[in-house]
Design a protein around this ligand. Structure first.
Ligand code: NDP
Length: 247
């Protein structure tokens, strides 16, 4: 098991799906874990119960990542209580699919605000704290959609492509200060997010080696690797976790 004993980890959108799997991986390794969520109180309560079973300190905090003031306030709370976080997982994400010519500016903006601006706000606040310690690890949850560009997802694909750009630039800027910034690009993963996505089954069946969706744990394992010291020489990288979906 990877050792996260001395770590304070923040996982955005950590109450469901991939984020919850990451939070439990980090807690398994001994990390103090703070997960954030948006508005699903039931999922937040379930996750709080799950994390309460761990001997380390855990917290579940409501925070809309599209709101810079809320993000700043959460990181201030974290800083007051724990000092600097050592790990940030920018996982919170959303999807609002629609054909380009019918997509409203609101649909476009909401997805960009959540998936890209939200990650920037959290990275900004976390990095300011991590710089004091001259160390940290940030993992951004992108998507193969950034590279593949499925129809009906111009907003989602653009947000994830932007997140990859953010990852590479931040890695160059923060690397020499001891902060590594990497991304994962998962393929289709079995979570609520893809409930309303149509016609991916054939592609998954035909183009992945296993013929099935990823489990959240399979993505979480790779995120945990990038967040760990085992990846100490990995920086600015985007790791595809798609079982060959993109070939
Ligand atoms: P889920 O829908 O299961 O979970 C999304 C999480 O993000 C929830 O905890 C949700 O909180 C949170 N969230 C959404 N909007 C906001 C917001 N404005 N502020 C704060 N938190 C927010 O999705 P997944 O686990 O599937 O997705 C996790 C990440 O993985 C996303 O970035 C997604 O784009 C990416 N991804 C997913 C893939 C898939 O096939 N599932 C494939 C590739 C990438 P709440 O529950 O309170 O709303």
């Amino acid at each position: 098991m990877v050792d996260f004993q001395d770590d304070v980890a923040v996982v955005t959108g950590g109450t469901r799906g991939i984020g919850r799997a990451v939070a439990t991986r980090l807690a398994d390794g001994g990390a103090t874990v703070i997960v954030t969520y948006h508005d699903d109180e039931e999922a937040a309560e379930r996750t709080a119960d799950l994390l309460a079973a761990y001997p380390t300190d855990t917290r579940v905090e409501q925070c809309d990542v599209t709101d810079f003031d809320e993000v700043a306030a959460v990181f201030e709370t974290i800083s007051d209580r724990y000092g600097s976080p050592t790990i940030l997982i920018n996982n919170a994400g959303t999807m609002e699919n629609g054909l380009l010519v019918r997509m409203t500016p609101e649909q476009w903006q909401h997805v960009l605000d959540t998936n890209l601006s939200g990650a920037f706000y959290c990275t900004r606040e976390a990095a300011r704290l991590m710089l004091r310690n001259r160390g940290g690890r940030i993992v951004n949850v992108a998507s193969v959609a950034a590279q593949r560009g499925w129809p009906g997802q111009v907003n989602y694909a653009a947000s994830k492509a932007g997140l990859i750009g953010l990852t590479r630039a931040a890695a160059r800027e923060l690397g020499e200060k001891g902060i590594r910034v990497n991304a994962v690009a998962p393929g289709y993963t079995d979570t609520n997010l893809i409930e309303n996505t149509t016609s991916y089954e054939d592609e998954v069946a035909d183009r992945t080696a296993s013929g099935r969706l990823a489990t959240p744990d399979e993505i979480a394992d790779v995120i945990a690797f990038l967040a760990s010291d085992a990846a100490s020489y990995v920086n600015g990288e985007v790791l595809r976790v798609d079982d060959g979906l993109l070939g």
